[in-house]
Design a protein around this ligand. Structure first.
Ligand code: COA
Length: 207
């Protein structure tokens, strides 16, 4: 979707920026990893297909995505050297646009286990609640993906279904007023900035 195409969400450990064509080569490199394909239930794509996918993430009204950068490196270092993963929201139910399926990937193994996944997920959830009107989150995770299941449980998600066919568990979080307050407290350090201004002071956007 286009709503976040100029949005930067700056947290302590990670900074979320919109997914642009400039990120695709690095992203494509990551997705050659069989481990990541398995953990994210993804098929390998050609570079051209990955570019098409980026355009669809940018243009389709039912998808919102950010690239996760290491706040310790960006701004300052080149953006492609600061990329650590991505975080996505799909509006999966055309009848109910308040439901969002969330996905997170910290692709760089050296960046896992340092709180990046948790903060990136919290930033995306708060964005979903504040800007997209999401009040129900879902996450579908491979049964053996202990790290991801544990992380979502720490973020107050509850296991609601297990599919032995797909070997995945579904976790859900209904955003009550209490959960909303908790989420906003967890993310009250986050600064929202303009991507165009941070990246190119002349305001030209590379989409
Ligand atoms: C799953 C993933 C997103 C977690 O992100 P991360 O940055 O490594 O995790 P964090 O450091 O933010 O940890 C957050 C919580 O997750 C849990 N966790 C993280 N790594 C864990 C591990 N190896 N084993 C068990 N729990 C783990 C812990 O509960 C942790 O909370 P704590 O630090 O308070 O103990 C990341 O490891 C990843 O992207 N892996 C590969 C792709 C993937 O599996 N994506 C999810 C597909 S649904």
């Amino acid at each position: 979707m286009k709503i976040n195409q100029d949005t930067v969400l700056r947290g302590q450990k990670v900074t979320l920026v919109p997914y642009t064509a400039a990120h695709v080569p690095r992203y494509h490199e990551w997705m050659q990893s069989e481990e990541l394909q398995r953990l994210t239930a993804s098929e390998p794509l050609s570079l051209e297909q990955e570019h098409e996918m980026q355009r669809s993430w940018r243009d389709d009204a039912d998808k919102c995505t950010f690239i996760v950068l290491d706040s310790g490196r960006w701004p300052g270092q080149a953006e492609e050297n600061s990329m650590v993963g991505d975080v996505n929201l799909f509006l999966t139910n055309p009848e109910d646009p308040t439901v969002g399926e969330i996905e997170i990937m910290i692709a760089e193994p050296s960046c896992r286990g340092r709180g990046f996944g948790k903060e990136a997920t919290l930033l995306m959830m708060a964005y979903g609640v504040r800007k997209l009107g999401i009040i129900k989150f879902e996450a579908k995770i491979g049964q053996g993906n202990e790290a991801s299941i544990c992380m979502f449980k720490k973020l107050h998600f509850k296991e609601v279904a297990v599919s032995s066919i797909f070997q995945e568990v579904t976790l859900r979080l209904d955003v009550s007023e209490q959960e909303r307050q908790w989420l906003l407290e967890q993310t009250n350090h986050v600064e929202e900035q303009s991507y165009a201004e941070l990246k190119q002071p002349d305001g030209v956007l590379d989409t």
